[in-house]
Design a protein around this ligand. Sequence first.
Ligand code: HEM
Length: 160
Amino acid sequence: MRALLMWLHILAGVVALGGGIFINFILAPAAAALQPGERLGLQARVIRRFQPTVLICLLALILTGVLFLASVFSIPGYGADVSYMRLLTGKLILVAVVLVLSLYQYFRLGLPLATLAEDPSAADKAAKAQPLARRMVLVARVNIALVAIIFYLAVRMTRG
Ligand code: HEM
């Protein structure tokens, strides 16, 4: 059971981080060659599929993480390991920041951008979408960096 939970925990992290890296550093530059209207349509479809996936992955990470914590703290003396506790605290603070940024990215940036892109009556869509898209790229890159650091803290936590 523990192995299955760890598998799910790591898989959810890999999907969120790997998907973010693929979209930002491979798909987005490749899509730069498209016409502005086509690019916006692609962005909207990616947002509608990928951003909820990231939120589901974060939920899975939190749920499986809480179950790990319950089992870790049932081992006598585990809570006394100061370095483990420091790394865990740092990791949880970063997870909270990533969660807030991901919710902001989806509800305040991604959904408005996708709605604008899909509105057949909206004029000058590409220009209106630009500030939202620019902020999304910034938030996405900060999140990618934070999740990469979380991976490092997680590995340090368990493997020293
Ligand atoms: C973006 C979010 C997260 C990522 C990418 C992540 C990643 C990981 C990884 C890769 C490991 C395995 C480390 C190894 O075996 O070397 C791990 C272990 C662990 N994670 Fe997370 N994690 C995340 C969120 C959380 C949260 C929210 C919690 C707690 C509520 C948590 C609690 C734990 C615990 C307790 C372990 C170690 C279990 C043990 O000592 O065997 N994680 N995490």
